[in-house]
Write a protein that binds this ligand. Structure first.
Ligand code: ACO
Ligand code: OAA
Length: 378
């Protein structure tokens, strides 16, 4: 019997072409449609980056103005989505709420079964506009607060924070949030995007593909890691009265124990990047800005302590979820809401891939190497 080669976890397998983004672990770079993500994060709004991902080119002023108007007028939760969320227990995971909300949005979309490229793009844009209200509504209901209506005079990031916290966020906070949205938007054939492409490859609809992608994102080996990072910080103990050095020492000791116990520590490591995640330096700057804005030096102590101890023991570097977790915490989001923030951003990348898959489709159906019992008779 010839031994079949099995690529466990599809590691190292090139499954298809994509023109949406390029992850290069050798140069530690990430390009969206050819542009370095650091430049996009420094100079563009999230709305512009979304249009770049969908359309392959930066928008003209007119295209941007038109999209901004569309986005601002499609933000409100529909009664159907609100009713569906209200039926869910307040102690279910917010990712379940996000997944359910996208499903309900799909079921109520009159164009759900129309998969022409123009309609798919319109559905993607509507989902992009509507999803922040799902996250904000969910966080507020868990806290026993009344929902806050969207405001058309605010941009995407300002309005997201407004609907969640019921007050206008400081410019620095809005900027750090915008940066996180840009960095989370797209990352080639990661597990959730690949899931969306698998679903699309059967010629299923866009909302089904996004719903499935949310399921894949929820796990702690993928998007769920930003929530898990914060649980680590909480387990170590966040003590505002501590100095940076004191916090770092406790974090180092925690990491040494965790590694001695052979634990996997979420927020570290990556399937593709082995020398560090290209997005971390930019996200770390956003975290630094939040630490300064809120006067929370001890948080950087925990951050540095864990990072140094992991590097010394195993040489494993942080991924994007590592700086994103404490950044969202300092902004005031509840820990379980961090991965739904990732959904809000990744809707852009997922839907760009759904469009790309459909435009040049082939059913995704790999082979398996059977290792069960040899043929036998009843
Ligand atoms: C935005 C994102 O989705 S980024 C990814 C977010 N996920 C996480 O942060 C989860 C924690 N990290 C991990 O589990 C892994 O690094 C993954 C799943 C991301 C990538 O893993 P893979 O490429 O499959 O590598 P694998 O898990 O086999 O790890 C290789 C070795 O490094 C170790 N390792 C990798 N990541 C970690 C970690 N976070 N903590 C401790 N050890 C780790 C493994 O234990 C393994 O060691 P071994 O060879 O002694 O058994
Ligand atoms: O690429 C991956 O495997 C995971 C990741 O970093 C992402 O989806 O942003």
């Amino acid at each position: 019997m010839t031994e079949e080669t099995v690529y466990k976890g599809l590691a190292g397998v090139v499954a298809d072409h994509t023109a949406i983004s390029k992850v290069n672990p050798e140069t530690n770079s990430l390009l969206y449609r050819g542009y370095p993500v650091q430049q996009l994060a420094a100079q563009l709004s999230f709305e512009e980056v979304a249009l770049l991902l969908w359309n392959a080119e930066l928008p003209t002023e007119e295209e941007l103005a038109e999209f901004i108007e569309f986005e601002r007028s499609n933000r409100a939760l529909t009664p159907e989505v609100k009713a569906a969320i209200d039926l869910l227990p307040t102690d279910c995971h917010p990712m379940d709420v996000g997944r359910t909300a996208v499903s309900v949005i799909g079921a109520n979309d009159p164009a759900s079964e129309d998969s022409s490229p123009e309609t798919e793009l319109l559905k993607a844009k509507r989902l992009f506009a509507a999803f922040p209200a799902v996250v904000a509504y969910d966080q507020r209901r868990r806290r026993g607060q009344q929902p806050v209506d969207p405001r058309e005079d605010l941009d995407y990031s300002q309005n997201f924070l407004w609907m969640t916290f019921g007050e206008e966020a400081a410019e620095e906070v809005v900027d750090a949030f915008r940066v996180s949205m840009v960095l989370y938007a797209e990352h080639s054939f990661n597990a959730s995007t690949f899931t969306a492409r698998v679903v699309t490859s059967t010629l299923s609809d866009l909302h089904s593909a996004v719903t499935a992608a949310i399921g894949a994102l929820k796990g702690p080996l993928h998007g769920g890691a930003n929530e898990a990072v914060m649980h680590t910080f909480e387990e170590i103990g966040i003590r505002q009265e501590e100095t940076r050095e004191e916090a770092a020492a406790r974090a180092k000791a925690w990491m040494e124990d965790a590694l001695a116990a052979k634990k996997k520590v979420m927020g570290f490591g990556h399937r593709v990047y082995k020398k560090g995640d290209s997005r971390v330096p930019t996200m770390k700057q956003a975290l630094d800005a939040m630490v300064e804005h809120f006067g929370r030096e001890e948080m950087m102590g925990l951050y540095d302590g864990l990072e140094q101890a992991m590097d010394e023991a195993k040489g494993i570097k942080p991924n994007l979820d590592y700086p994103a977790g404490p950044t969202y915490h300092l902004m005031g989001f509840d820990t379980e809401l961090f991965t739904p923030l990732f959904i809000a951003s990744r809707i852009t990348g997922w839907t760009a891939h759904i469009l790309e898959q459909r435009a040049n489709n082939s059913l995704i159906r790999p082979l398996s190497a059977y290792n069960g019992p040899a043929e036998r008779q009843l």
